[in-house]
Design a protein around this ligand. Structure first.
Ligand SMILES: *[C@@H]1O[C@H](CO)[C@@H](O)[C@H](O)[C@H]1NC(C)=O
Ligand SMILES: *[C@@H]1O[C@H](CO)[C@@H](O)[C@H](O)[C@H]1NC(C)=O
Ligand SMILES: *[C@@H]1O[C@H](CO)[C@@H](O)[C@H](O)[C@H]1NC(C)=O
Ligand SMILES: *[C@@H]1O[C@H](CO)[C@@H](O)[C@H](O)[C@H]1NC(C)=O
Ligand SMILES: *[C@@H]1O[C@H](CO)[C@@H](O)[C@H](O)[C@H]1NC(C)=O
Ligand SMILES: [Fe+2]
Length: 458
């Protein structure tokens, strides 16, 4: 893969000076970084890449990944795949190599056109202690057991510092590998994943083997900390031409979410509490109009939030509501029109989105005055409104979105078309530091960093 240095412009250094420190969110004019990476499409890692290696053993567990398994963070769902049938079972304990407890789960399998998945196992471990490291083992000794570990979050509460990683639109290219490697070197404790996982649908017949390779690729992170999943358009796998007409079928078999714990009726939208934050996950590709299940859910989920317990309120959604790139322009608009009044009223702190393969951060803005006749339809700085962050720049096969509307709209604080990942570092109930790490900078240097003050507690 080409790794030229032609992208290192003097302007880069200037940008680093300008945005390198964690400035406070103001409403000064926004800036567009001219740092743009190579624009050619990224290339998927070959099937024989070490990132996709199948572990040793007769029937080894593979594609191991975690997600939160309840509302408050005392449960974890362990998911893994075996090629041959195997009992869905996880042993765990608090000491490495010692697993006195065991949890059982269920096994599922799906067909997609002429692909048949492996045996997909999901095991919920419940009643864990908060803020505790657990070692767990999947698979039997005879088949090839494997040990991993995770740390539970602190109990929901205002004084628990916590750091969320943020990645969207990852895919499985050489750039995706850079992004994940950089994230692994960070101190992120739980991943907020903004949808578009494997890009299996960029292959003929939505080649589901690419879901298997992707899940082996992300295991190095997802087996050790929960990934909070949002679904994107690439998870729809809606292909009526070949008789595949159930949206999200492969995703829902592979990546469970704890939707029942927040009274949701669909894996595509749900909420959880984790340490100092309530996180509400929405689905851009499910119905959200008035009276729909997702609409009813969002209003109830917002009502259930107690900012005294979880000062931070975060929304995850795939398609951004504020996006000034010429890609997917206004695709999130209808959902914004319906949901924005509620999330401004609820003083949501930040809305993370993916979908657009670039990075953009807004000022706190809202656009909720318009009523068909009054003509008031310009986004305006609004202290009650969230910061919108688009970070669909994980590195997938489709390449970067490097073309933006000019001039930069007044709601846009910073935008740059590069691959990378983010860290939302909650210090306490008033202060969080958001940092976006562009890939070429490695972990040490951030390309955009801003202090985000809590909307209720500061
Ligand atoms: C699935 O069908 C495609 C297209 O007909 C074919 O190329 C492929 O070999 C088939 N795969 C399997 C596992 O049968
Ligand atoms: C779920 O429903 C229960 C019972 O009505 C309620 O107490 C709880 O707050 C709801 N949770 C959410 C996240 O809406
Ligand atoms: C729309 O807004 C205008 C100006 O604020 C107001 O006069 C008018 O009554 C509103 N119309 C409706 C239907 O609410
Ligand atoms: C960027 O998008 C605009 C509007 O779609 C288009 O006119 C222009 O040619 C594009 N520029 C590049 C460099 O792709
Ligand atoms: C919260 O953290 C920030 C940044 O570390 C610090 O400046 C501030 O004093 C802290 N506030 C409280 C209430 O602890
Ligand atoms: Fe997308």
């Amino acid at each position: 893969m080409m790794r030229g240095l032609s992208w290192v412009w003097p302007a880069v250094l200037l940008m680093l000076v300008l945005v390198g420190g964690a400035a406070s969110e103001g409403s000064i004019a926004g800036s567009t970084s001219r740092y743009v990476r190579r624009l050619a499409e990224s290339v998927d890692l070959p099937y024989d890449s070490p990132y996709f290696a199948v572990p040793n053993g007769i029937n080894p567990p593979q594609q191991v990944h975690l997600t939160q398994g309840d509302y408050d963070g005392r449960a974890v769902i362990v998911s893994y795949v075996t090629v041959k049938l195997s009992k869905p079972k996880v042993r765990y304990g608090k000491t490495e190599g010692d697993h006195p407890w065991q949890a059982k789960g269920y096994t599922t399998q799906y067909k997609f056109y002429n692909y048949t998945s492996g045996y997909i196992h999901h095991v919920i471990i419940s009643n864990l202690e908060y803020d505790t490291k657990y070692f767990y083992k999947v698979g039997t000794e005879e088949e090839g057991a494997r040990e991993f570990f995770f740390t539970t979050p602190p109990a929901p509460g205002p004084d628990a510092p916590y750091t969320f990683g943020v990645i969207g639109d990852l895919g499985q290219t050489f750039d995706s590998a850079d992004t994940l490697e950089h994230y692994l070197q960070s101190y992120g404790q739980t991943m907020l994943f903004l949808g578009d996982l494997a890009y299996q649908d960029n292959y003929p017949l939505h080649y589901q083997v690419r879901f298997d390779t992707w899940s082996r690729f992300v295991e190095r992170s997802a087996a050790y900390q929960p990934f909070i999943w949002t679904t994107g358009n690439h998870e729809l796998d809606y292909v009526p031409e070949i008789g595949e007409t159930v949206p999200f079928k492969p995703f829902n078999h592979r990546f469970p979410t704890p939707y029942w714990a927040s009274n949701s009726t669909s894996p595509q939208w749900y909420s959880i509490r984790r340490g100092p934050a309530t996180i509400i996950v929405l689905s851009s590709y499910s119905a959200y109009g008035k009276y729909t299940p997702q609409y009813v859910f969002l209003l109830a989920a917002l009502k259930a939030v107690d900012r005294k317990v979880t000062p931070w309120l975060i929304i995850l959604v795939h398609s951004p509501w504020y996006n000034s790139y010429n890609y997917h322009y206004m695709e999130g608009e209808t959902m914004r029109v319906i949901f924005e009044p509620f999330i401004v009223a609820a003083k949501v702190d930040v809305v993370f989105a993916g979908h657009v393969h670039a990075y953009e951060r807004s000022f706190p803005v809202s656009n909720i005055k318009y009523n068909i006749t009054n003509g008031i339809c310009t986004p305006q700085i609004d202290p009650s409104a969230p910061t919108y962050i688009t970070i669909g720049d994980g590195g997938n096969i489709e390449g970067l979105a490097a073309n933006y509307t000019e001039p930069q709209p007044s709601y846009s604080a910073f935008r740059e078309a590069s691959f990378g990942h983010g860290l939302f570092d909650i210090k306490n109930k008033t202060t969080a530091v958001w940092t976006w790490h562009r890939n070429q900078d490695g972990e040490a240097v951030s390309a955009d960093s801003v202090v985000i003050l809590n909307k209720v507690h500061s």
